[in-house]
Design a protein around this ligand. Sequence first.
Ligand code: PMP
Length: 789
Amino acid sequence: MTQAKLLALDCTPPEVTAAKARRLAVRLYGIDGEAEPLYGERERNFRIRAGADDIILKISSHEEVAEAIELQASVLSHLAQADPSLHVPSLRKSKNGRDHETVQLDGHRHIVRAFRFLEGELLEGRTPTVALLRDVGRTVGRLDRALRGYFHPGAGQRIAWDLKCAPEVARHTPLIADKRVRQLVEATYARFNGSVLPRLGGLPGQVIHNDTHPGNLLTDPDRTRVVGLLDFGDTVHGARLLDVALPAAEVTIAGVSPLDCAAEILAGYQGINPLEEDEIALLYDAILARHAQSLTILAYRRAHDPAAAAPLATFERHSIDGLEALTAAGPDRALIRFREAAGIGRTITVPLPRLSPETAQERASLMARRKRLLGPDLELTYNEPIHIVRGEGVWLHDADGRRYLDCYNNVPQVGHAHRHVVEAIARQAATLNTNTRYLHSLVLDFAERLTALMPADGGLSVCIFVNCGSEANDIAWRMATAWTGKRGALVMDQAYHGGTEAVAALSPYHVHDGLVAPHVRKLEAPDTYRGRFGAAHEDAGAAYAADADRAIAELDAAGYGTAIWMVDTGFTSNGLINPPAGYVRAVADKVRAAGGLVIADEVQFGFGRSGSHFWGFDTHGVIPDIVTMGKPVGNGHPLGVIVTRPEILAKFAKESNYFSTFGGNPVSIAAGLAVLDVIERERLQENARTTGTLTLQRLSALMQRHGAIGDVRGYGLKFGVEIVSDRATKAPDQAAAKRIANSMRSHGVLVGTEGAFANVLKIRPPLPFRSEHAEILTGTLDAAITSLT
Ligand code: PMP
């Protein structure tokens, strides 16, 4: 049996003048009015302006299959019955009472029909609103719901726009002139024809509209609602999901990612006529295939009938942009986004492929060498350690090419291997690297920029540059003892401030027997979830701060006095708590009243992470006497900074004659300057605020559904998720937290554990963490917790 010709590759609309159309309308329909030509791919269309009797007159190509013409009449009358509120065209009977008439033109028989004119504004050439995208999804959803169970033999027409015919159309891919576009189209067809098309047949199928593009959509003047869906000329029997893929490819908003636009349309459709998971799994490839099909048909027409190519060429850029953006987003991200939009995103995770045998062997050998050369006690993160070879933005890549979303590391504050930072380091390293005993402008530029970021009235105007956070805190401690003449220190219970001898004494984090050095006193963590005073307490800040009175009195009694309160402004090792209002300020006041200095350790929370402020101390409304920095300041390049008041520095300098060989070297400083540039240019602090808010909402939503989450807290891009075995007793579940972190790691998302009971999930991603990353994080966390049971 020979196959019927594939329609719509070639366009053969009949030659009909406006005058002729007008005469036809009078003769066949008794309607007279000016005939205005409209675009039609395979037919000649005219609007006949006749007041209340306005019609669209369609004169079809002689190639058109009669059954398909009948199908259109049949579909429209079915829809009028099944869902009369759907705004679709209706046929106007001819003078003879028929749905269509036949006329003889150029020696061919042509079918003529008249449709009643539908009011509304054509979307083509106008920008949709997000609300409209949803309504497009809803409209097609209603249409498909109304067509469920409907059939007509004309739906078997073979047209090039039907993705079932993609293999036939794909044969013309070599006609695409642009090599890069051709390659993208080839890759799309390879996936679609190879592994998607064979699966479409097994999915829910029905008669579908198959052509929801802006030229077939009428909207209200605000472009928020669909008031008409036109043109059932491409209607076929096919996979239902294609009726979502079509508008998802065609109806987009400039400046909004095609993935987000598609997700909105899908969300609208799901509300009416939900696709199943198997269908959603193929949506991404179907959208890409539609773009590939458009570009191939355009190339075919360019080669065979340039006049017919012209109307399509206007959409070429749209298809190329869509193809590129979706290809760049990749199937995994798209699937997560679509499942999320469909309300099933919560459980999606993308399991990582297994390690190749070679990589597994290489990893085992690295572990053995590491044990031998670095000692057996150096901790490795995760049960199955990761061998990372490359980083980029919020992503880390392992030796097997697997990708991990980094939700843990705050050192790469502006993203792993940020080009601006990398180039700044490389450029300076290729020019000069010396020390601060020579004149150099960069270090002064950096000092100026850092101190300009300090509160205007705090006097924090001078810097010392060192090599890491520990060293910064070590110097800060020495400065404070020199300035105050006292020897005692207050730190938070569980605090970690670094590894030098002096600073290790200020870090009860690793002290297992609860004892600290005699000159150090720990302050009770102001933890409103787990501590003595809850969020409902009338002044939990003051209640917790009272512990400082006890500690200061003890240090006085022991003869040390209070030289400092050193505090991590993000309260990271206390389980990333948000201290109650007024707490930091109240303790700072008590310490100052006792003659001590307040040292804000910004190693964790500085550099815009809070979203609301550049420095963590600002979020607490306190101006410290000394500020210390590490980790994010160089985005991974070793760099530490101490900023203080000139008089404090002067006293220390006189007593110590301090100098650091590497501290403040131009290469490190170039890194620091580049980090500040990127935070500013990429508005990363603002991103921390907006994405942080969204992420916190998503994490809190998980808590509604999982009893294992006892508390969710966050500020900017810093979150703590308490894992408990019993929400009522708040019993910490360290083992479960560990299993969750390991499970997430095996699904390509990195988080850590923290807190006095190591049961708090520690989430602290690089700042270019966006909403799509938040979705991956929460979807994977959801699945990890679900798999606990
Ligand atoms: N302060 C805080 C709050 C830290 O978290 C750390 C490191 N985890 C340090 C200081 C020490 O920094 P470094 O490891 O660069 O010496």
